[in-house]
Design a protein around this ligand. Structure first.
Ligand code: NDP
Length: 480
């Protein structure tokens, strides 16, 4: 490594980095030791607020390559031709634990990818599960509180979790995934990713399609048993981070096949499942997976804080040809994600190198804390104008979305059994060993929870599938 001279923040060279300036060799330290003051002051400010969710994570740079033509559905230039490559950055994470928590905890895994497209950044901010616990963002802070710590003791609490879930039966499908062995994936390379929400595609004819994204691991799905996950949490809490980093370092680049499910806009009106309910999948028999491309992770971050910690993902980052949907949970995230980044990193977070688009950014946004670029120079910061200022184009035009009804606080329009049937279907996707592990993982989490809560919860499992509920009740010694 080339020898460089140590400097202070103002660039002046440091004459002595081992000894503070003192009044005499045994006397107190002098205020005028600005090197000491600056060094300590900077150190005191090294930490930024950790993410409220997804605090512990690992990430890598990569490439998305188109393998199949989907231009009939979307005009997004990232999909323009087979063979087209786009740079990416992906961050994996657990959800509930703090920044130093164990990678192998039973928890969904975040799977967020930023595509630096030639039309701006597109972020696909999903999980390793195709569905979610709740479907209205109004419940999100309550749900996350149950995943964190009790206000009094600062302890985690299974009672708090099951109390909330028993009162939120729409969570049953996601719970069946979480307590299956897929709730403890063997590192980040051996799990699928899902966009989870329904998004939209708009094609060159200005037609809208509803779309779901699936990223299937090409390393194969591999999971940890509950015992292995617990052992690793103690022996190597950074198990998944290390596995990802070392494999990329050794040139063993992980890949995912990216697929979409496509629903023509009109079919949403009559489809038997509410297609905007994030607690539901679209069964493959109804909407088969269509292959689109391959995501490969092939470069480790050089600096964890600059690249992984400062990476800011948001579903608001979309490009022409990709849009939102009326999914209420997605709508809430459209506010919450950029809002949390403004709080965590500051209002200019999109200018940080890892978040900066590879296209020119021209707008009237000015000033704010930590404005570290040229702040728009001397171009006018308003529009419209008679001078040469950035102006709108119609490229983001979308067809109008038909809406009817009165504004009110509606429940999701699902029939009563629909909260349970897909959880039952998942139970039957599992083989005998996976079912056995599911029951055992659930039981381990439910032991000690008050019977009043368990009885309600077992009622939900029975509705999903009689055998599923009965096995659980038996294992918990609860008579039906
Ligand atoms: P399919 O039989 O076509 O698909 C089953 C899906 O389940 C596959 O995507 C498979 O993913 C996944 N899977 C297999 N084993 C497990 C497991 N142990 N834990 C979690 N997921 C697993 O069925 P349908 O599309 O008709 O859906 C049936 C049920 O499958 C749904 O109710 C849902 O719970 C689950 N599922 C459905 C998905 C969808 O988008 N339709 C996506 C994921 C799960 P893989 O190929 O990676 O093994």
């Amino acid at each position: 490594m080339k020898k460089t001279d140590l400097t202070m923040a103002n660039g002046r060279k440091v004459e002595n980095n081992q000894n503070s300036i003192t009044a005499g060799s045994r006397g107190p330290v002098l205020m005028q030791d600005v090197l000491l003051m600056e060094k300590l002051a900077h150190f005191d400010r090294e930490e930024i607020p950790e993410r409220i969710v997804h605090a512990k994570g690992a990430g890598a740079h990569g490439t998305f390559t188109v393998t199949h033509d989907i231009t009939a559905y979307t005009k997004a230039s990232i999909f323009a031709e087979i063979g087209k490559k786009t740079d990416t950055f992906t961050r994996f994470s657990t959800v509930g634990g703090e920044r130093g928590s164990a990678d192998t905890a039973r928890d969904p895994r975040g799977f967020a990818t930023k595509f630096y497209t030639d039309e701006g950044n597109w972020d696909l901010v999903g999980n390793n599960t195709p569905v979610f616990f709740i479907r209205d963002a109004l419940k999100f802070p309550d749900f996350i509180h149950t995943q964190k710590r009790l206000p009094g003791s600062n302890l985690k609490s299974n009672t708090m979790m099951w109390d909330f879930w028993a009162k939120s039966p729409e969570s049953l499908h996601q719970l069946t995934t979480l307590f299956s062995n897929r709730g403890t994936p063997d590192g980040f390379r051996h799990m699928n990713g899902y966009g989870s929400h329904t998004y939209s595609f708009i094609n060159t004819n200005n037609e809208r399609f509803w779309v779901k994204f699936h990223l299937k691991t090409m390393q194969g799905n591999k999971t940890l048993s509950a015992a292995e996950a617990t052992r690793l949490a103690g022996e190597n809490p950074d198990y998944a981070t290390e596995d990802l980093f070392n494999n990329i370092k050794e040139g063993n680049f992980p890949q995912w096949k990216v697929h979409v499910q496509i629903m023509p806009e009109i079919e949403a009106e009559t489809y038997r499942i509410n297609p905007f309910d994030v607690t539901k999948v679209w069964p493959h028999g109804d909407y088969p997976l269509m292959e689109v491309g391959i995501l490969e992770l092939n470069k480790n971050p050089e600096n964890y804080f600059a690249e992984v910690e400062q990476a800011a993902f948001s579903p608001t980052n979309k490009v022409p040809g990709i849009g939102f949907s009326p999914d209420k949970m997605l709508q809430g995230r459209l506010f919450s994600y950029p809002d949390t980044q403004r709080y965590r990193l500051g209002v200019n977070y999109n200018s940080l190198p890892i978040n900066k688009p590879k296209v020119d950014v021209n707008n009237g946004y000015r000033n704010g804390t930590m404005r570290f670029d040229d702040n728009g120079g001397d171009t006018p910061n308003y529009e419209p104008s008679h001078f040469a200022v950035p102006t709108q184009t119609d490229i983001m035009d979308e067809p109008p979305l038909k809406i009817d009804g009165d504004a009110a606080r509606y429940e999701y329009d699902t029939d009563e059994n629909s909260d349970f049937s897909q959880a039952g279907a998942l139970y039957h996707v599992m083989n005998a060993k996976e079912q056995e592990d599911l029951i055992s993982n659930l039981t381990a989490s439910m032991v000690g929870v008050p019977e009043e809560i368990l009885r309600v919860q077992i009622g939900h499992f029975l509705k999903a599938d009689k055998e599923y509920g009965e096995r659980l009740a038996k294992k918990l010694n609860i008579s039906l």
